[in-house]
Structures are given as structure tokens and as C-alpha cells.
Design a protein around this ligand. Structure first.
Ligand code: ACM
Ligand code: ZN
Length: 522
């Protein structure tokens, strides 16, 4: 069976059905993305049935192909499966006689892209959405603001993009490097462009969830509006990444990452921004970030301290919890739920209805307690789902062979896990070549662990299907990591690549991969 993700049920018959070059499709659904025929002599017949939203059946017999689905997206997923089974785009034409019943394991099958650290633009996003569609992934988590760039038009606060979307320089060479590229980096999405992407995604069954980071990772917004911070000082959009700032570098002395939680005007700003963002994204979720929030500014700020006192809060963590609860209530009024990275659970006063996205590499008892006591989480543990990390550190198998139990979810509480999501942070990813290397084939592994039931997870079987899938990367002109890179065998090489990632050359695997591919072609 040439199919990723593995279907729920697959019964193979004897023989093959020969698909014509231009198969006629007749459908009871109005499928905008495929050409349909009205003729009764269709090769593929799609019927409506009483099935869950994304489920479908696919029956391939000698006489033709019949699909049933409960919704348009179910019908599209059936066609996506048929696409891989037939290999039509790869010059094949035989579909095995088979009968499939398919449905997803998780409702949240996500992929994130950080466009703050590097801005890619809508063509890259659409190409990503196309691959997500093929792999039956259904949530695009769009990281649109961070310290190093604000990437979404907000009418009420135009400086967010006028100032906040531009930076003068960028740190290169890895987390521990002090190398700087003195080149302007800028870009943002207008509201019309956002609407275009949201609509493109929706047609493909993909919900777009925006992430706008407050109260931390807000340096670009603070550069635009200095009054957002506790101390009102002029700052610029930083080109450094991470929280350890190299000393003695002129640019970064006034680094300031958190907004003030004690000023009425700042809270109004947050709600105004959220209101405008929510207008653009119909998804019933909003991601506030909330990770890595330093408390030092709040500790020294009279306004923040007054808020703590007035609201009888224990400390600065509870100040963030109080803020998150305000946002959560505001979103509730719009029928939306709040998502934040798992650190937000450090606030003891946080509302239980929050969704925690569990990312930290180290074990987090708060996240475990949350999911094991009925709270919802999205699983994005660093070791398995941080696609920005080198394969030398987190090989492909980490994504495919993770276990929710080993990440602290009790078997009876797996129902509280909305799903899994791969993260593409882009501090060290400045172009599509690197982005795609990191993504593929991790996305194929992600797709299977998100969609297929645990009984179908089989590493060797996956590898053999991945081998059959690889020609699609070539066909789509998409970069991908060869297994020599994605599953680097040499411990010495892995150690070397990891070292280079932190200091020296974070793009080493791109070069190695290209070199190995060229060798293979010779
Ligand atoms: C994160 O990677 N700080 C969510
Ligand atoms: Zn303050």
C-alpha cells in the first residue's frame, strides 16, 4: 500500500484497476478543487453518506471507484488517498483493488510556522498548505508576532507594521554565536493577504490559528509603541534571538521583552489587537504564546505591583495568570478558547479551560497534572516535534516513535490531548531550502502519528512507504532530508552537527544533504 498516513482499515483484493489519464469524477458534493463531470459514465463516483466529518470510504473494484464521505473534506481526503495509491502524477496508473474505511485519530493535526524570525510570504505558505492537505493535516498555527518582527496589519496601531515589521540586522551562526548580518529584514501580511490565506486553507480543510504573543516575546510591538513596556524607553526591533544577549553589543542594551500588565492603556491595546486579529480568523482558538516570560520588569514596576496588590495576587506569575484569565474571558465572549505554551500553567490562578501546548524539553509536572485532570493539551514536545532542530539532535524516528505515555499522559487521559503539532521556528531558517529540509520527511511522520491509530504505527513499514512517497518531493520541487541525514548513523557526525548548530553553522545539514544527493545522482 503506497499511502501516508496509513488508513484506519485497508483490505486489499486481487488485481488492479487501471486509472485513465483523465479520470471522470462525478460527485454529490460540490468540490471546487477538482473538475467534475455530470456524465453517468464516471470512473470515480463520490456519494454522500452518514459519516463523521473527515471520514471516508474508498472502494476500488474492477468496475470502478466508489467513494463515500460525510463532508466535502472527507471526499477530498478520499481523493488524496487515491492520488497516492494510484501514483498517477508519478507516471503510474494502477490502483490496487481494495476497500478502505478511514478516519483520523486526532482532531488537531497541526503544523506551525514562525514568520516573525524570518518572513517567508504567501507563496511559501500556500505550498506548505498544499502539502498539509495531501497529508491530511488540518491546523495551520501561524506565529505572526515575536520579538524580532510583527507580521500582521493592525489598523488601530499602524506602527506595529510601520516600525515593528522591520529590523536592521540578524544574528547568524547559531544560538551561541555573536555573528551579525547587517542586512534589513522585513515583511508583513495585509488583512487582504491574511484573508486570502485563511480562505485557501479552508478550501483544503485547514483551520488557521493565529499566535500573537503577550506578555512576552513582544519586543517588536514595544519598539513600535514604547509605552507598552513598564519602562518607557526607545528600543529597536532586535535582531538577536533567544534570551541570552551577547554582552558589549551596542544594539541590544535596551532589550525589553515584556509588556506592562499594570497600565490600562496596555490592556486596551491587547484587546484591540485581539479584536482585529479575531475578525480575520474564524477559528474558535487564539494562541497567546505566554512562554518564557521574564518577571524582572514587573517586579520593579509600580503599576504592575499595584495590579498585584489590588487583585490580591501572590506574585508575578499570578499576574500573568490574571492577565491570561482576562484574555480568556474576552475570547470566551467571541466563542473562542485560549491556547498558550505550557509555562502559562505556572500561574496557580489560571482558568482550567485554557489549552496548554506542551513544548518544553524538560518534564513539566504542571502540564502533566493539567492533562491528567481533564485539561486539554496539544502535544509538541521538543524532542519529537521541534522541526527546527537538526536531525542530528532529533532524528526522524523521534517524531514517528514518540509515546504520549512517556511524555506523562496517562492512557485514560489521552482523550484530553487534542492532538499533535510540529513546530517550525525560524531563527536559523532564512529560506525555503532549509525550511523544507527541516519539514520533510518529518511532516510525513507527523501526519501518520496524528492521523493513524496506534496499532498502525510501524517504523519499518513507514520507511518503506516513505521511500515510495519520496518522488513527490522531486515532483513538487521541494527539498527534503535523505535518510542519511534524517537518520544519521554516525554518532561522531551527529555530535559534530549538533555543535555546529549552536555555534558555527546551523545550516550544516542543508549542505550535507545536497552533497549526499549529488553523490547519489552520480
Ligand atoms: C517556545 O519554543 N518557546 C514555545
Ligand atoms: Zn509594569
Amino acid at each position: 500500500m503506497n499511502l501516508i498516513p496509513a488508513p484506519y482499515e485497508f483490505k486489499q483484493g486481487v488485481g488492479y484497476y487501471k486509472l485513465s489519464d483523465n479520470p471522470k469524477i462525478k460527485s454529490e458534493f460540490d468540490l471546487l478543487l477538482v473538475k467534475l463531470t455530470k456524465s453517468d459514465k464516471a470512473d470515480i463516483l463520490i456519494k454522500k453518506a452518514d459519516l463523521p466529518d473527515e471520514a471516508y470510504t474508498l472502494d476500488v473494484s474492477k468496475g470502478g471507484i466508489e467513494i463515500t464521505a460525510g463532508s466535502e473534506i472527507g471526499a477530498y481526503y478520499a481523493l488524496q488517498s487515491l492520488r497516492q495509491l494510484s501514483g498517477a502524477e508519478l507516471g503510474e496508473s494502477s490502483v490496487p483493488i481494495c476497500s478502505i474505511y478511514d478516519k483520523p485519530r486526532f482532531s488537531w493535526r497541526g503544523l506551525q510556522l514562525d514568520e516573525s524570525r524570518h518572513f517567508f510570504g504567501k507563496d511559501v505558505v500556500k505550498k506548505l498548505l498544499d502539502m498539509m492537505f495531501m497529508m491530511k493535516l488540518n491546523v495551520f498555527h501561524w506565529h505572526l508576532s515575536d520579538d524580532q518582527g510583527w507580521r500582521i496589519q493592525i489598523d488601530k496601531y499602524p506602527k506595529l507594521t510601520e516600525i515593528g515589521s522591520k529590523r536592521k540586522y540578524t544574528q547568524i551562526g547559531g544560538w551561541q554565536s555573536k555573528e551579525i548580518l547587517f542586512e534589513k529584514h522585513e515583511g508583513f501580511y495585509t488583512k487582504a493577504e491574511i484573508a486570502e490565506i485563511v480562505s485557501y486553507a479552508k478550501e483544503r480543510g485547514i483551520m488557521v490559528v493565529p499566535e500573537i504573543d503577550f506578555p512576552a516575546h513582544s519586543a517588536s510591538a514595544i519598539a513600535a509603541y514604547p509605552w507598552l513596556a513598564c519602562r518607557e524607553i526607545e528600543t529597536e526591533v532586535p535582531g538577536y534571538f533567544g534570551s541570552i544577549i551577547p554582552e558589549r553589543v551596542e544594539h541590544n542594551r535596551k532589550w525589553n521583552r515584556t509588556i506592562c500588565l499594570g497600565k490600562e492603556k496596555v490592556l486596551q491595546f491587547v484587546f484591540d489587537v485581539i479584536d482585529e486579529v479575531c475578525e480575520l480568523f474564524p477559528a474558535p482558538y487564539f494562541h497567546i504564546g505566554g512562554d518564557e516570560a521574564p518577571t524582572n520588569e514587573w517586579k520593579k514596576c509600580p503599576c504592575c505591583q499595584k495590579t498585584i496588590k489590588d487583585n490580591v495576587l501572590k506574585n508575578e506569575k499570578e499576574l500573568q495568570g490574571w492577565f491570561n484569565n482576562l484574555v480568556l474571558e474576552h475570547l470566551r465572549g467571541k466563542g473562542k478558547r485560549l491556547i498558550g505554551w505550557n509555562e502559562i500553567l505556572e500561574a496557580g490562578n489560571l482558568d482550567k479551560s485554557v489549552i496548554a501546548q506542551y513544548w518544553t524539553p524538560q518534564r513539566d509536572r504542571n502540564a502533566e497534572r493539567h492533562v491528567n485532570s481533564g485539561g486539554n493539551i496539544i502535544m509538541s514536545k521538543h524532542q519529537s516535534f521541534y522541526f527546527d532542530m537538526p536531525y542530528a539532535q532529533y532524528p526522524l524516528k523521534n517524531t514517528y516513535c514518540h509515546s504520549l505515555q512517556s511524555y506523562g499522559v496517562m492512557p485514560e487521559n489521552i482523550k484530553n490531548v487534542l492532538g499533535v503539532e510540529g513546530e517550525n521556528w525560524t531563527e536559523w531558517t532564512a529560506d525555503s531550502e532549509k525550511l523544507e529540509l527541516n519539514l520533510y520527511p518529518r511532516v510525513q511522520a507527523l501526519s501518520e502519528v496524528a492521523w493513524s491509530r496506534p496499532e498502525s504505527i510501524n517504523w519499518q513499514d513507514f520507511l518503506s512507504r516513505l521511500d515510495k512517497f519520496t518522488p513527490y518531493f522531486e515532483l513538487f520541487n521541494t527539498n527534503y532530508a535523505s535518510l542519511d541525514v534524517a537518520m544519521q548513523k554516525s554518532k561522531i557526525k551527529r555530535a559534530k552537527i549538533q555543535k555546529l548548530f549552536y555555534k558555527g553553522d546551523p545550516n550544516y545539514e542543508v549542505k550535507l544533504n545536497n552533497m549526499l544527493k549529488q553523490k547519489g545522482e552520480k
